[in-house]
Design a binder for this molecule. Sequence first.
Ligand SMILES: Cc1cc2nc3c(=O)[nH]c(=O)nc-3n(C[C@H](O)[C@H](O)[C@H](O)COP(=O)(O)O)c2cc1C
Length: 188
Amino acid sequence: MRKNLGNKTLICPLPVFIIATYDENGVPNAMNAAWGTQWNYHEVSILLAPHKTTDNLKLKKAFTLAFATKETLQISDYFGLESGRRVNKIEKAGVHIEKSQFVDAPVISEYPLVLECEVVEMRPVEEDFQVIGRVVNVTADESILNDKGEIDIGKMNLLTFDSAANVYRLVGAPVGHAFQDGLTIKNK
Ligand SMILES: Cc1cc2nc3c(=O)[nH]c(=O)nc-3n(C[C@H](O)[C@H](O)[C@H](O)COP(=O)(O)O)c2cc1C
């Protein structure tokens, strides 16, 4: 028996992105963002309320987007709990920063997979912004690369956000092949 539950905000899984930016004094900041996705080839889209991060994005037109892992869970959640307007979250979390070689934004060393992005557009959506970013480089720790030098998501403990239960979940093992497993039905 199915039940109607009305309009709920529970698309699952959501990503656990960490957006890192510099402010006008070169101070790095990071925030947690779940309302984002691949938007176009080489582009990402994230819906952001006004934050220290959006101030920095307007100024620098650049950010990095890290993928949270089980190992970075606590710091990733912390980045969503406090504003860089009040506290230096990077110092408080004790993470390490390298400047991106490609955009004017910090790379947080503790995250194995990071996209380096330029801001294409910050489109106002009521009080918020739809931030469109162009990915100009992907930087990955060697530990998550396979023998061919390609990213292997299975080598990292990637987190997702389950907004129905307000929990982080781990991405599980592969269970099928895309563009392939449906062919048995298509070719009947
Ligand atoms: C799991 C999680 C997901 C979040 N997703 C978003 C989001 O998609 N958009 C947003 O504007 N804020 C989101 N937040 C809230 C911001 O991360 C939070 O307000 C943060 O303090 C902003 O930091 P800043 O002021 O230093 O930029 C999320 C927080 C958490 C814990």
